[in-house]
Design a protein around this ligand. Structure first.
Ligand SMILES: [Mg+2]
Length: 273
């Protein structure tokens, strides 16, 4: 029997910043947390100690191939220290980089680049549009990631809702998609998908079926391509009431949703904790 393929988004699905923990229980009853990312000398991302134990079991059990699937750049991904054995495969830059033992597969990357050149507007056009239309009053940073897509860091309270809607329409007409996650607005080429890279890992490993989890609009294609999936009770998909036949919408929010998701992965992989 082949192992199952567990393809999971990271931020706000498995790991959480302090601002995203969403803990509502009394402090004395809060779960203990494990810090899995340090940035500029400070703790940045966490999961519960229980989630850490379950993730280790999942990685060591042999019945699952665990693949982190993130919109993060390679650099941002590689500073995370997930519990358990280092995953052989990881997907970064929303599918633009397929890491094999930590190194980007150049053949995969070239294929992605060729597809983007053919199917959507170039990054420069999107970047120029963002520079021209984003108001410095609420824009903290403008960034491009891996020369593949762009994002803004914004003051969420000052961000006009209409501007985001107009940007989404503008982007749609150019083969791009817009996702708003916390303080970040992403503009990502539509052909740059997590699901395409996950299919490639499934092909290479023979792992099946595919289990997936994610919280944002950029995870919708990943969830739709999975045989079974879970999404937390918070996030862009939950806010939109998004669901699909093979997807379970969890009630848990924040870091406890992350723990529940790993538990579901483990159960579905056939190893009860
Ligand atoms: Mg996420």
């Amino acid at each position: 029997m082949p192992p199952v393929l567990v393809a999971s988004d990271l931020d706000r699905t498995l790991i959480y910043s302090a601002a995203a923990l969403g803990l509502t229980v009394p402090d004395a009853e809060a779960p203990r947390l494990l810090c899995v990312e340090v940035y500029r000398g400070r703790p940045l991302s966490y999961l519960t100690e229980t989630a850490a134990r379950l993730l280790t079991e999942l990685g060591e059990g042999g019945s699952a191939v665990f693949v982190p699937v993130t919109t993060r750049t390679r650099e941002q991904y590689l500073r995370i220290g997930l519990p358990g054995p280092a995953p052989r495969y990881a997907i970064c830059a929303n599918g633009g980089h397929l890491l094999v033992d930590g190194v980007s597969d150049s053949g995969w990357h070239a294929r992605v680049r060729a597809r983007l050149a053919e199917e959507c507007a170039p990054l420069d056009e999107v970047r120029e549009h963002l520079v021209r239309t984003a108001d410095p009053a609420w824009t903290r940073k403008q960034r491009s990631a891996e020369e593949l897509f762009a994002y803004l860091v914004v003051e969420r309270e000052l961000l006009p809702e209409d501007w985001v809607k107009e940007l989404a329409v503008w982007a749609e007409n150019r083969g791009w998609t817009v996702s708003l996650q916390g303080r970040k607005i992403y503009a990502v080429p539509k052909p740059l998908t997590k699901s395409a890279a996950v299919r490639e890992v499934a092909r290479r490993t023979g792992a099946a079926p595919v289990l997936a989890a994610g919280d944002s609009l950029l995870d919708a294609d990943l969830l739709l391509a999975a045989d079974r999936g879970w999404r937390p009770g918070h996030g862009e998909l939950a806010d939109a009431g998004w669901t699909a036949p093979a997807i379970t919408a969890l009630a848990e929010r924040g870091v406890l949703a992350g723990e529940r998701i790993v538990r579901e992965f483990l159960r579905a992989a056939g190893e009860r904790p």
